[in-house]
Ligand binder design. Structure first.
Ligand code: 5GP
Ligand code: ZN
Length: 117
């Protein structure tokens, strides 16, 4: 069921405190933590605590929660004092999604080429 915790989901476990993570921000509905394999000097993941498989399912199933996540990406960028940043939602294995619990990558602290590779 969308929104319900999934037993085999890594980010549900991080949200529940069952797997450790370096948490940088937390709200009632969201969690922001350091990516374990950073691709930029700042690489923070923002997740809804509730389980949705990707950004599209989150937006369709819980639009207010999707807005919470977006708001938090901007709060992270501000807190990290980034003068520019990129927020990325990978959707589908072909786009590099490896964890099927919606998450935004907030990247910054270096030049970010566009279009990306
Ligand atoms: P995706 O590839 O699904 O868009 O992003 C998943 C992200 O989760 C990757 O950037 C990966 O480095 C990160 N990641 C994978 N396992 C862990 C973990 O156990 N802890 C943390 N903090 N990040 C993880
Ligand atoms: Zn999950």
């Amino acid at each position: 069921m969308p929104g319900e915790p999934q037993e085999d989901c890594l980010f549900c476990k991080i949200a529940a405190g069952q797997v450790p993570a370096t948490i940088v921000r937390e709200t009632e509905t969201t969690l922001a933590f350091q990516d374990i394999n950073p691709q930029a000097p700042v690489h923070i993941l923002v997740i809804p605590k509730a389980h949705y498989a990707n950004a599209g399912e989150l937006a369709a199933g819980a639009p207010e929660l999707a807005a919470d996540v977006l708001r938090e990406t901007e709060a992270v960028a501000k807190e990290q004092k980034l003068d520019a940043h990129r927020t990325v939602f990978n959707t589908g294995a072909g786009a590099g999604q490896t964890v099927f619990h919606a998450h935004a990558h907030v990247l910054g602290g270096r030049g970010l080429e566009w279009p990306p590779g």
